[in-house]
Design a protein around this ligand. Structure first.
Ligand code: UT7
Length: 334
């Protein structure tokens, strides 16, 4: 059964502090020319020392709830997609719930369920599938899906191969079985993973790091990556997953108004677009301004595409992503 699932509100937020390629030139041996040619990235937003990713998550969530005409206490399920949680425990979803003032007695169902999940950069697509499943079980649910990342807190700013790539951001959507002014219907979602590729991108700092009080931490606590191998998997998996999703819905690329792929690298975005035979007018990119913000890239791109007039409610949107795990997936909005 395909229970209806609508996006009723959308929000995004980035920290105000901007880190440019010129700033990075002063930190590691790199150049604006290298970063621009190899990645397309010109700047990224990063958290100030006194802020946390959940602050952006809260701002994005408030914007999404406001567009949906709802208050925080209406939320019944708060799911946070993140691979950079603030703590191993409590979850960032509980932190965001606390900051939004959502408590035990909140929620239209008399309670709220809060949970983080980690599908890395594919988190937003996985989250849409979670929301569909939740609404099929509880048609009256109000699902708040927040993609919230603080990559700068796990970026090794002495490693030029990775430190130029990442930024911080959050995006949020409210999903319901019905609403007065839906933005898009989540028409279909497909999710995949291959754990044999788990070593291609890693972020340390979990319990595999056997540390004792007083130990100092090393580079294994930060992002590490086999860039070229990831690049190849990214292009192939995003293209094949997107084609498969369209095929099973009896659609072709001519039926899609806007293709929004994961914003990791402009070369990857262009390569996927070319492989699928899409003109630049149908492929959205904003990685130039934010770098790779992992799970947050897709809702952030949707919000930016809307602000710039490239995307209207009700248009057919194809989202696709890939990330550490490896995970990948696509979603069709209509
Ligand atoms: O959400 C998933 C996250 N991951 C990704 O999306 C990453 C996918 N991969 C990529 O985007 C690309 O592989 C990178 C942008 C990471 C790297 O581009 P590349 O074309 O694969 O470069 P490379 O790693 O093969 O490095 C080429 C050269 C090397 O020098 P030598 O060995 O040829 O002398 C690197 O040491 O560029 C050097 N290099 C740099 N030079 C200046 C690597 N990083 C830098 C840098 N500035 N920041």
């Amino acid at each position: 059964m395909n229970h209806p699932c609508y996006i009723c509100g959308l929000g995004s937020s980035v920290p105000s502090r901007v880190l440019t390629n010129a700033d990075l030139e002063k930190m590691v041996e790199t150049s604006d020319e290298w970063i621009t040619t190899r990645t397309g990235i010109k700047e990224r937003h990063i958290l100030d020392d006194d802020a946390n990713g959940s602050d952006c998550g809260v701002e994005a969530a408030r914007a999404a709830l406001s567009e949906a005409g709802l208050a925080p206490e209406d939320v019944t399920h708060l799911f946070v997609a993140t691979c950079t949680p603030e703590h191993l425990s409590p979850s960032t979803s509980c932190v965001i719930a606390g900051k939004l003032g959502i408590s035990a007695s909140s929620g239209r169902m008399g309670r709220v369920m809060c949970m983080d999940f980690n599908a890395a950069c594919t988190g937003f697509v996985y989250g849409l599938e979670l929301a569909r499943a939740t609404l099929a079980l509880h048609p009256e649910a109000v699902v708040l899906l927040v993609a919230c990342e603080s990559l700068s807190r796990r970026t090794n700013f002495t490693d030029r191969a990775t430190c130029v790539l990442f930024g911080d951001a959050a995006g949020a959507v409210v999903l319901r079985s019905s609403c007065e002014k839906p933005l898009w219907k989540v028409a279909d979602v497909s999710c995949a993973a291959d754990g044999s590729l788990r070593e291609l991108i890693q972020i340390g700092g979990g319990t595999d790091a056997r540390i004792k009080v007083g130990d100092s931490i090393g580079p294994e606590w930060f992002v590490s990556m086999q860039g070229m191998a990831v690049f190849k998997h990214a292009v192939r998996n995003m293209a094949e997953e997107s084609l498969g999703l369209l095929e099973r819905n009896g659609m072709g690329f001519e039926d899609v108004d806007l293709f929004i792929p994961h914003q990791a690298n402009l070369r990857i975005i262009k390569a996927v677009g070319e492989r699928l035979g899409l003109g630049e007018d149908k492929v959205f990119a904003n990685v130039q301004h934010y770098g790779n913000t992992s799970a947050a890239t897709l809702p952030l791109a949707m919000a930016d595409a809307r602000k710039s007039g490239r995307l209207e409610p009700g248009q057919k949107v194809l989202l696709t992503s890939f990330g550490s795990g490896m995970t990948w997936g696509s979603a069709l909005l209509a």
